[in-house]
Ligand binder design. Structure first.
Ligand SMILES: [Zn+2]
Length: 96
């Protein structure tokens, strides 16, 4: 995930310093704007996932991994297979 974040930062057209010096056409600028918005959205998504994974890792350390942080019941193993970073059970997730 950290690697992905790095590559996303590199693909962000706004981090390309050359764009400050060249006179891009309005069309190119619009696509840069779009690329920037998409990269920002992806970055937020990756960051959100990283926080969730760190939380799950902390729960492994304190021996509470796989236990719902809301109701204290065991999280369904099928759910953990699909979402290893889950810290709440499916029922509590729905209630959120
Ligand atoms: Zn729960």
């Amino acid at each position: 995930m950290e690697k992905r974040k790095e590559s996303l930062e590199k693909s962000d057209p706004f981090s390309d310093t050359r764009r400050l010096t060249d006179n891009a056409s309005p069309d190119a600028d619009a696509s840069e704007q779009f690329g920037h918005a998409t990269t920002e959205a992806l970055k937020r998504e990756v960051e959100r996932k990283l926080i969730q994974i760190r939380k799950a890792l902390t729960r492994i350390k304190i021996g509470k991994y796989g236990i719902c942080e809301k109701c204290g019941k065991m999280i369904d193993t099928d759910r953990l297979m699909i979402m290893p970073e889950a810290t709440v059970c499916a029922a509590c997730e729905k209630k959120k």
